[in-house]
Design a protein around this ligand. Structure first.
Ligand SMILES: [Zn+2]
Length: 128
């Protein structure tokens, strides 16, 4: 879709900190992270929400989420993960996406925001 920011990121018209990519999905760091390593899992095809998605894509996205969970635990030392999809309201970009928000300490998560100054450092940890 022409004016969709995620479609532009997927096409490479807008740069992103890509953690993982295959034919179906792209995973990149959120530029306004709630915690370090906050990433978005986005299908490459423009789909507004999960109710429009075929079963194969839905399944694939969840396999990628499992892999990213392993990566987040292994490389960043998270102890939990918020897996968030805004449906129906508060979906700012109308292209389906899942937020993976690492949690580092139990009982401390209140959707804080952290600095985005170290995205390159986080990307290095995740991809090297
Ligand atoms: Zn799109």
């Amino acid at each position: 879709m022409e004016d969709c920011i995620f479609c532009k990121i997927i096409k490479g018209d807008i740069p992103s900190k890509t953690v993982f990519e295959d034919d179906v999905v792209k995973v990149f760091l959120d530029v306004n992270p709630n915690t370090e390593g906050h990433m978005l899992v986005v299908p490459k095809k423009h789909i507004t929400d999960f109710t429009e998605m075929d079963d194969e894509t839905l399944t694939h996205i969840h396999h990628v989420i499992k892999d990213m969970k392993e990566l987040i635990y292994d490389k960043l030392g998270a102890i939990g993960l918020k897996i968030v999809n805004n449906y129906g309201c508060e979906q700012l970009v109308k292209h389906y996406h899942v937020h993976l928000i690492p949690v580092y300490k139990e009982g401390t998560f209140e959707y804080p925001y952290v600095s985005s100054d170290n995205l390159d450092e986080i990307l290095d940890k995740l991809t090297k």
